[in-house]
Unconditional design. Structure first.
Length: 200
């Protein structure tokens, strides 16, 4: 099974420019894609984040919240909200939310202010509506083959390139098998031209 597309830095920057210029709600879509690329959240977990998980009005902001999927040992996983760009995107987006959207509401809502719908399957629920929206945002930016795990793979590869060891990345992702995490990292799409550019 082929790996999900890794979103390169140039692709990411271009995508955010396209969102800013073309999205009917750029603050929401920029925040959504920042979460998608800069956290270990699955699309289903993104669909279930509550406003109160990431934002507290008039008090200290949360620094982390529990994710739905537990790690490979059954321990709780967390999404950490310590990245400055992520915090800025949350603040910018929350500032555009309607006063009618309460703390228990889903963080990411449609342009009508409603939660993205879930699809019921024999094995549970899938966030197909939000997945389509994320894929559309990526395709509009010229990313031809986005995958459900494109965000998680990009998150993992970027941490690996920053020198974070595999065991910590594996813990954040919550993958059951270490081989899954290892495969995501050992197939890092290295750009030789980028490496050469750092020589001097």
């Amino acid at each position: 099974m082929p790996l999900a597309h890794y979103v390169k830095d140039k692709e990411r920057k271009w995508m955010f420019k396209v969102i800013e210029q073309q999205s009917p709600w750029p603050e929401r879509d920029a925040c959504l894609m920042t979460f998608f690329l800069a956290t270990p959240c699955t699309i289903y977990e993104l669909n279930n984040i509550k406003l109160m998980d990431v934002y507290s009005f008039g008090s200290r902001q949360p620094k982390k919240f529990k994710l739905l999927k537990k790690d490979y040992k059954g321990n709780e996983r967390f999404c950490y909200l310590t990245n400055k760009d992520l915090r800025k995107s949350i603040d910018r987006y929350v500032g555009t939310l309607s006063e009618y959207i309460g703390a228990m509401s889903e963080l990411f809502v449609t342009c009508k202010g409603e939660p993205f719908s879930l699809t019921k399957t024999p094995k549970g629920y899938k966030a197909d509506s939000l997945k389509r929206h994320i894929f559309d945002l990526m395709k509009e930016a010229g990313i031809e083959n986005p995958g459900m795990d494109s965000g998680r793979r990009t998150f993992a590869v970027n941490l690996h390139r920053a020198g974070i060891d595999m065991s910590h990345i594996h813990h954040l992702l919550g993958n059951k098998a270490k081989k899954t995490t290892q495969r995501q990292l050992t197939s890092d799409p290295i750009n030789m031209a980028d490496i050469a550019a750092r020589a001097f």
